[in-house]
Design a protein around this ligand. Structure first.
Ligand SMILES: [Zn+2]
Length: 414
């Protein structure tokens, strides 16, 4: 126990609490803008941007970050609509040719079927039912999200729109079970949402940051410079940027995994042990891991991941468990979008010390403990049901009031 702290008045503590509440609310408000605008676009795919902007102006979503998120969402949806409608007009063979990005299309005779899904506003979703077709387009993983450059010389039948440019695409290979397909789609959709957050964060000032906010082309230039002249002491700035980039890729993957599985232990433990599970970002930058640069980057990267893993994985899992126990799936989705607004190397500091999430989770898990001991008592479940309903209806705000009410009620009962 720190005696100095104890003798200080509670004012400092109260100020810290207020700050934490304000920061949590701000993160949640941005997260809700992403979640609800995306949902709104899913339900109203043909809404025009002015109409949507008008709706948002009426609401209290008016921070710069929220505005930036919404304009990013609208721009993205426009692109997705443009590509989807133009692909719709193509026969499946031309669709494959377009995606393969090869001069030599004779080899790419379509074997199976290709299906386009239109219900996701943040990426065009294309499903393959044959592995050979799929592997012509994407190798190495069952699904992927990427901004893909599509070049097409021909105009769509409907007239003006050219299918040329960069478009967000989710490509999914053949998958047997509905459940696996849904999980994979959730995962790739998570990457698409991350992209929105990343771009929106770039537009606003540095209060929120994705972390490692650099253009891929720049990263490749730093790598080239480092490879030519690496002795471990010079070019520190470039080195740090490449390292941050590796961490930001890892963050993207962790968030997408949280979206689909609700937990990250296996993944985090895996990479912390050096098992990169198909996500060898150093390799993907073209860096040879046995070179001096590759060795040092690999060591520093793994050390950082290890310390992030030791410091925050348990807490994230605890938060996930608490929300899932009480069927607060939406709250968890918003929490993931809050994490997205914080650089991964700040997760521990921000989530544990500067937000309300962990306290909320601890309280919920305490309630869980009380009710599992008294599982047969009806009034326990009534109290909890009231709490769950309130939390579900207010998943974008603070939950502590409802949780504390439930705790007090349960204490009265026992
Ligand atoms: Zn992924």
């Amino acid at each position: 126990m720190n005696m100095k702290r104890e003798s200080a008045p509670g004012a400092e503590q109260a100020e810290k609490k207020n700050k934490s509440i304000a920061y949590t609310k701000e993160l949640l408000s941005n997260a809700s803008a992403i979640r609800y605008t995306t949902e709104f676009l899913e339900d109203n795919p043909d809404i025009n941007p002015d109409e949507l902007n008008g709706l948002l102006l009426d609401s209290d979503c008016d921070s710069d970050m929220t505005k930036s998120i919404v304009s990013e969402l609208i721009e993205t949806q426009k692109k997705v609509n443009q590509l989807t409608s133009s692909l719709d007009e193509k026969d499946k063979q031309s669709l494959l040719n377009l995606l393969v990005d090869s001069e030599d299309n004779i080899k790419n005779v379509l074997i199976g079927n290709i299906e386009i899904f239109k219900d996701f506003p943040l990426a065009t979703v294309i499903l393959f039912d044959n592995n050979i077709d799929y592997e012509r387009v994407r190798k190495g993983s069952q699904g992927s999200f990427a901004s893909v450059t599509i070049q097409s010389a021909e105009n769509g039948n409907s007239g003006a729109e050219l299918t040329s440019g960069k478009f967000p695409l989710i490509l999914i290979g053949p998958i047997n079970s509905e459940e696996d397909l849904r999980a994979l789609l959730d995962h790739e959709k998570g990457h698409a949402k991350n992209k929105i957050v990343k771009n929106a964060l770039k537009e606003v000032d540095k209060k929120f940051s994705w972390g490692g906010d650099y253009h891929f082309g720049d990263i490749l230039k730093y790598v080239e410079k480092l490879e030519q002249d690496f002795d471990g002491t010079n070019l520190k700035e470039e080195y740090e940027k490449v390292l941050k980039y590796l961490l930001s890729k890892t963050k993207d993957e962790i968030l997408a995994k949280l979206d689909s599985d609700g937990g990250v232990s296996d993944y985090m433990n895996g990479i912390a042990k050096g098992k990169l599970l198909g996500y060898d970002y150093i390799n993907k930058l073209g860096i040879d891991k046995s070179s001096p640069l590759g060795r040092e980057l690999n060591t520093d990267y793994l050390n950082q991941i290890q310390s992030i893993n030791e410091n925050i994985t348990n807490d994230i899992n605890k938060i996930a468990e608490a929300y899932m126990t009480f069927n607060l799936k939406r709250r968890f989705e918003l929490f993931v979008l809050c994490l997205a607004q914080i650089p991964i190397d700040d997760w521990r500091e921000k989530i544990v010390n500067e937000t309300e999430f962990l306290e909320e989770a601890n309280d919920l898990l305490e309630i869980k403990k009380i009710i599992t001991k008294n599982i047969s008592e009806d009034h326990y479940s009534d109290t909890v049901q009231v709490m769950v309903n309130k939390c579900q209806n207010n998943s974008s705000g603070l939950l502590n009031e409802y949780i504390n009410d439930a705790k007090a009620d349960l204490a009265n009962i026992s």
